[in-house]
Design a binder for this molecule. Structure first.
Ligand code: ATP
Ligand code: MG
Length: 590
């Protein structure tokens, strides 16, 4: 490919709306252009890198025994009604109408479609297991599309769905996908770590997200350096808070005391009251499926809404407003509590969910359900009627790992993939049933597995760049080699030499771009670094006079090479780079 025959609109300045470096580089290196927020056009260099990632994904999915299909992006709403997600997923669903005013959905995911297919095509255990996948465009009405391809309204996903006869068989399918994902991200040159993920209302322990550590990531990952534990913070557990909860079951009676104007944990911890946050009980009020629910945590803990949703068995929850709370509890946030004797008749029947860290707590302080008052000497088991104990708190860095006892770390990360054991939720609702050997009917046991292909592309850039631009891993670079002739006059020895090398590299099956632009060398070198080609071959008058060209790996040092060995040197460099990668691949699998 010649630079002038393709389209690589590089920019000197960062686009104003690009907050993170990978978004800036995507645009500056001319890989994509924004149509409008959350919608992007892939330009040739971006498209080449994207196709390479797709190819790696496809090879590994095929290797793992998955079968490629292509489903419609436009979907009928009735299957979504049937699965129950027409309502539960309504926030992300794009809906369109046809000429007869009938409604259609733009698919944000494809469980409903694939399960309908399987319901029609598979009826016997002899046809199972099956794993179908596709690489296709998804549509999601995201609240905040941002960070370029990271969170877009329209993006490319690889989604796979497995169908099995039993739980054990489904676990084997899950493991195959887990292993395939590890290989895919590694081959893309990404350091992605699998972490345990929230399984939401479905429950169970089979859900992992593949996370690329990055400051710009929208997720937080809790992990133990011993390597034995890593989980999304929504799911992560620990051995509990570092400062233990005061315990007592024989303390003095409750005592109400005035706390005028004190409405935060922090304010109560200061003079004159001086109640340390871990000696306070924080009372939150949630609206759960339109009913108020009290949630108790230690004052120094943060609620983890995903854990609360899991404990409640529903995603339909939100914090109650002060206007919803005051009439029922008789006080405003900051003075709330769950002491049984302070609850008015209407409030006494509300469910109380308490965090495990509060078990056995004594000598605690909590709101009195009267503005400007708190209670001290609270013994949770004596004074509060807890409906249910559950792990509801967010783990903090430094707490000890449940498995190893080592301090846990927390870091930000980008979710590039997700594997999930679904069970029979969709197969039951959409009738994906099979007959076993004895002729009895069962729902298929399903799993679903997604990779954000376009997000992965950007994650590679987020993880691999320097101040000059992108540093592509060889496996996903738009071109492996960029030849930069310092003069481009057609009959100049420089251009003739560049053309010879160009033709020979093409002949050798190497992906090469010839920068034939009539521009200053500085401009061309800068662009080659910005776009991030793994190897640059510079052909200039001075070095040519010595019978040499110059090789420069991206991010490495210049190496002069005799002109007659140029092609051989490029080939050797690429082979060595690939071999190094294979060795590290091998190591990562041991
Ligand atoms: P997130 O939590 O980031 O919204 P999700 O958990 O809703 O993602 P899944 O339904 O698990 O996403 O989709 C599978 C993969 O698709 C994700 O792991 C992610 O890589 C990618 N993905 C999801 N939403 C988007 C988006 N709006 N833009 C780009 N990629 C996305
Ligand atoms: Mg996910």
């Amino acid at each position: 490919m010649r630079w002038t025959s393709t389209f690589i609109p590089t920019l000197k300045e960062n686009p104003a709306d690009a907050e993170i470096v990978s978004h800036q580089l995507l645009v500056r290196a001319g890989l994509v252009r924004k149509l409008t927020g959350g919608l992007y056009t892939f330009l040739p260099m971006g498209l080449r890198a994207l196709r390479k990632i797709e190819r790696i994904v496809r090879e590994e999915m095929n290797r793992a025994g998955a079968i490629e299909v292509l489903m419609p992006a436009l979907q009928p709403p009735d299957i979504w009604q049937q699965s129950g997600r027409y309502v539960s997923a309504r926030e992300v669903l794009y809906k369109v109408r046809d000429r007869a005013n009938k409604e259609w959905l733009l698919g944000p995911t494809h469980e409903e479609v694939i399960t309908t297919l399987v319901a029609g095509e598979i009826s016997s255990y002899r046809q199972l297991p099956r794993n179908f996948y596709q690489i296709q465009t998804k549509f999601r009405d995201e609240i905040r599309p941002r960070f370029g391809l990271m969170r877009a309204k329209e993006f490319i996903m690889k989604d796979a769905y497995s169908f099995d006869v039993s739980d054990e068989a489904a676990q084997a399918s899950y493991q195959k996908m887990y292993d395939a994902y590890a290989r895919i991200f590694h081959r893309c040159g990404l350091r992605a770590m699998p972490v345990e993920a929230d399984t939401g209302v479905i429950g169970g322990k089979f859900s992992h997200e593949f996370m690329v550590p990055a400051e710009s990531g929208e997720n937080e990952v809790v992990y133990c350096e011993s390597g034995g534990y890593a989980a999304n913070i929504e799911k992560a557990a620990s051995r509990g808070p570092l400062v233990p909860t005061p315990q007592s079951n024989s303390g003095p009676a409750l005592e109400k005391f005035p706390t005028p104007g004190v409405v935060t944990i922090e304010a109560l911890s200061r003079a004159p009251h001086r109640v340390a946050p871990h000696q306070q009980i924080k009372t939150l009020v949630y609206v759960v499926e339109s009913k108020l629910t009290l949630v108790l945590l230690r004052g120094d803990d943060q609620l983890n809404e995903a854990k609360l949703a899991g404990a409640l068995g529903t995603n339909q929850l939100r914090p109650a407003t002060a206007d919803e709370i005051a009439p029922v509890l008789g006080a405003h946030p900051g003075s709330l509590g769950a002491i049984a004797d302070t609850l008015k008749a209407e409030a006494a029947s509300l469910p109380v969910y308490a965090d495990e860290a509060l078990r056995g707590a004594g000598g605690m302080t909590t709101g009195a359900n009267e503005d400007g008052y708190h209670f001290r000497h609270v013994q949770i088991e004596r004074d509060i009627r807890v409906t249910r104990w559950a792990d509801l708190r967010t783990v903090q860095a430094g707490e000890l790992c449940v498995a190893s006892g080592q301090p846990l770390k927390v870091r930000r990360a980008i979710e590039v993939g997700h594997v999930f054991k679904l069970g029979t939720k969709y197969s039951e609702k959409l009738n994906a049933l099979y007959l076993d050997e004895s002729g009895t009917q069962h729902p298929c046991v399903m799993g679903c597995y997604g990779i954000g292909v376009t997000r992965t592309l950007q994650a590679v850039i987020e993880q691999s760049h320097d101040k000059d631009g992108i540093i592509w891993p060889l496996s996903v670079a738009p071109f492996e080699v960029c030849i930069t002739p310092l003069s481009v006059a057609p009959d100049s020895p420089v251009m003739q030499c560049a053309e010879r090398i160009y033709a020979a590299l093409i002949e050798a099956g190497i992906e090469v771009i010839l920068d034939d632009r009539d521009d200053r060398p500085g401009v061309k070198f800068k662009d080659a670094d910005l776009v991030g080609f793994p190897l640059r071959v510079a052909v200039g008058e001075k070095s040519l006079a010595r019978g040499e060209i110059e090789l420069k790996p991206r991010g490495g040092a210049v190496a002069p090479v005799k002109t007659e060995f140029a092609v051989e040197a490029v080939r050797t460099w690429l082979e060595t780079a690939r071999a190094d990668f294979r060795i590290s691949n091998l190591k990562s699998q041991i």
